[in-house]
Design a protein. Structure first.
Length: 433
């Protein structure tokens, strides 16, 4: 005990020499901290600072991360890449095969859109990346968003990209260079150029009179944009970039929407809300002002609606109640439901290209496949080790965006044909019995 008391006395009183060494060490460490230059380059990008073991490579350089979210595509140093994905043995018998992974975002990927040649991904890192699916390279990064990029849509007709962050929709022309042409607000204002500043503030700040925009959708002719903001959906005429009115009727925030075209040329907008209900709106061309729903689907889900997708005359809805419902759009009634389709929130839905198969993704990272006609399960697999936030497809591929900062690219395997026909036979046998 006497020895320990001596030690305790020595600790608070280091010698002048050791004090000097400590001071010099501290001084050197301060000078090593690089200042971020205008070009975004720093010493840290050449030799990353020490960090805890096992930390992902692209998380190491905090200075690169900051420059990415400041919005100048030219600033970014490390472009994302679409890498081939080597399937593990256990996945080779799966009905879906992951063939590539798009890596480059440094936070969760929240939304995704795709054509046969281009991929668009929006992230919590406040950027939307544009990828070339042919070369596997990131083409550009659209930045300057005030917070998370929660929805992205590409317009084939005009070549414009629409990205959503907080209460703004930014409209980009990517044909020449990444130029923001318009900024649209949830309250219906259209401003030329980039009118919403990028921000490093972690808190989501919504200006007075505005609402968080949760999702956007284009109509089938790419002439109208629908933006779910607060309890309503704002309509935008894209020929004039003017707001023409709102779809109202929900009692909670509209979380998702999908747009279909009906025979007489009207837009059919289907909305899902935190109020547990799904509503349908028929919007004729030239409709102005407030539009009320033409139908409210009952019975409602037991929790908020997270995802909607349409195939033919069928509508599918996924909810925070872990269930999926199948509705008839013609008769407007419930056809089938799977109350506990997943063990967690159903966050994303999509239709497998060239197959009558519904794909669902949940907050637990699981993907499940369902026969569209019989609504019987065809199989499941672990898609990601984190929540799946969005699913989209092009003519041959499926894209899943997740919190693990990646977008996985999948192809349906030939085995799916057999599974669908087996499920159909089982269904017919059950019916005949």
């Amino acid at each position: 005990s006497r020895q320990s008391s001596l030690t305790e006395r020595k600790i608070p009183e280091p010698s002048p020499l050791s004090r000097r060494k400590t001071y010099e060490r501290g001084d050197r460490s301060k000078t090593k901290e690089p200042k971020l230059s205008d070009s975004g380059t720093s010493e840290a990008s050449l030799s990353p600072p020490s960090s805890p073991q096992g930390r992902p490579r692209n998380e190491m350089n905090v200075f690169s991360r900051l420059t990415v979210s400041q919005g100048n595509p030219a600033v970014q140093q490390d472009k994302g890449i679409i890498n081939p994905f080597s399937a593990s043995k256990c996945n080779k018998t799966s009905l879906l095969q992951c063939v590539h992974t798009a890596e480059g975002h440094n936070k969760a990927v929240l939304c995704v859109d795709a054509t046969d040649d281009l991929l668009f991904t929006g992230s919590k890192d406040r950027t939307c990346k544009v990828w070339n699916l042919v070369t596997g390279q990131e083409i550009m990064s659209l930045g300057g968003h005030p917070n998370n990029v929660v929805s992205v849509k590409y317009c084939n007709y005009t070549g414009l990209v629409f990205t959503v962050s907080t209460s703004y929709v930014k409209v980009w022309d990517i044909r020449d260079s990444a130029k923001c042409l318009w900024t649209l607000t949830s309250s219906g204002q259209a401003m030329h150029g980039d009118a919403c500043a990028g921000s490093q503030n972690r808190a989501v700040t919504i200006p007075a009179g505005e609402n968080q925009i949760n999702q956007i959708a284009l109509n089938t002719t790419d002439t109208f944009l629908y933006a779910a903001a607060g309890n309503a959906v704002r309509m935008w005429d894209l020929k004039r970039f003017q707001s023409t009115g709102k779809l109202t009727g929900h009692l909670g925030p509209v979380m998702c929407l999908t747009v279909d075209k009906i025979s007489n040329g009207q837009d059919l907008i289907i909305t899902g809300s935190k109020d547990h209900y799904i509503k349908m709106f028929d919007v004729t061309e030239g409709a102005l002002g407030t539009v009320s729903p033409t139908h409210c689907f009952v019975p409602p889900h037991y929790d908020g609606i997270e995802a909607l997708t349409v195939m033919g005359d069928n509508l599918f809805s996924g909810s925070r109640d872990n269930g999926i419902k199948k509705w008839d759009l013609t008769r407007k009634d419930l056809l089938q439901q799977v109350p506990n389709a997943h063990k967690d929130w159903v966050c994303a839905l999509g239709i497998i290209p060239s197959f009558p198969v519904l794909l669902s993704g949940c907050r637990g990272g699981m993907l499940k496949l369902w026969n569209v006609d019989s609504f019987l399960p065809l199989g499941d697999l672990k898609g990601h080790d984190s929540p799946i936030n969005a699913i989209c497809t092009n003519s041959s591929q499926i894209f899943t965006a997740a919190d693990d900062r990646t977008v996985k690219i999948w192809r349906a395997r030939g085995l799916l044909d057999g599974q669908i026909s087996d499920a159909a036979d089982t269904n017919e046998d059950t019916a005949s019995n």
